[in-house]
Design a binder for this molecule. Sequence first.
Ligand code: NAD
Length: 491
Amino acid sequence: MTNTKVKVREVKLYIDGEYVESSNGSTFEVKNPATQEVIAQVHEATKEDVDRACRAARRAFEEGPWRTMSPAERSSKIRRMAEIIIERKEELARLEALDVGKPYPVALEKEIPRAAHNLKFFADFMEQQGGEVYPMGEEYLNYTRYEPVGVAALITPWNLPFMLTTWKLGPCLATGNTAVIKPAEVTPLTVSLLGEIAKEAGIPDGVVNVVQGFGPNSAGEFMTTHPEVDLISFTGETSTGKAIMKNGADSLKKVSFELGGKAANIIFEDANLDKAVPTSIQAAFMNSGQVCLAGSRILVQRSIFSEFVERFKKAASELKVGDPQDTQTNMGPVVSEEHYQKVTSYLGIAEEEDSELVYGGKRPDLPEYLNKGYYLEPTIFIQENPQARICQEEIFGPVVTLIPFDMEEEALEIANSTEYGLNGVIWTDNLQRAHRVSHDVRAGTIWVNCWFVRDLRAPFGGFKKSGIGREGGHHSLEFFSEAKNICIALK
Ligand code: NAD
């Protein structure tokens, strides 16, 4: 057994360069999802605290050197943040594993390095951007500038807390904006450290603020209705995106939303199953299935359906479910009691819908100290009806549905039949089919014969109810800046 006992941390708010307590002293508890032990007491930001954070960010934007500093100087400080993250990666990965319940090696080898890369990439990228010049002959000079927008509210979910926050913070800072960040209430630990990391990197006070709390009638809502906030970059549930859009409408805030998903992972009969099976296992069960890009609907051509089911089931049975701090663990618990109730409610729904349980569906056998953890075995259903709720709704847990199909057209119809359109996955050795199906699946990212491969220059975002806007590369530049046109008479 690895060490799961930790001291109870006090998580404060980071406002204007200082860690402070909530103005009314109120705190809430955070538990380790593997054991239900309390791991943190978190200061809950009041309306007054959020107001202070937003005003500090406004002051730092208007008066501070951040907005007017040269891109080279700004980027060097953001790159320093990335270096500090790498220097502290073991600590950050331990905390992320503790807070979310994800396996420590995944946090250490993938997510924390990616968080550092998010900052470094956007520091480098934005430093190299220029504007455009439109020649108008002898009489006028016409050019553009990309200027920061102002104060950004960055609101993130609990599944990849540190990685997703830095994905927003990198371009936000590198374009000269200031930020008020709010991580999810169940996973505040790593994001709260961004304050001290920014300070050590020489980022001026007020440029990065971190508040803690909940959504409705709490820190999230106070941020998205605050008059000093100019833009909101939000990742989370589709229903929350709708609420945020309504709340931000009065002050006409600019929004970028990365929302839910229910990706189709389509396995054609000519697919290389030696690659498709293990990657589909990753796509279904990585982070206990709590990934917006999860391949949670696996559409398999009927001619290979039985073979795929057998191989997929065997691979799922080989996953080691256990203590997230143990380096041998492949899958931990889900994040919280509330989420566990939601995920396991789909087991009953699947039964009512006459889904066939192929594997899992119960708590795994685990050592006694994990008895209270929010664990569910990797769970596989077969469902012939693509309209069934388990094929349509985002379960966001280790529950995957296999759906057989006969023809390519049918696979496309099923793939496009949900309200989501974040991503899709296609397995085939037929080049023409790969292109054809990629064009016709209505989703923001398509992976062919791979999954979760990212280049940060590429656009990221969703069709339909999976989001609004794109981030990544110049798409982030456009969201986090105002393009200004200047026209000068030369005579
Ligand atoms: P959530 O929407 O419940 O919460 C996300 C964040 O929004 C939290 O910080 C929460 O406190 C805050 N929030 C909630 N209500 C709010 C309100 N009314 N005003 C302002 N803030 C509010 O999402 P979650 O359960 O934390 O995360 C899971 C969801 O996130 C899934 O739907 C998943 O698909 C989605 N997600 C999407 C992407 C993507 O890139 N598209 C990435 C990761 C997760």
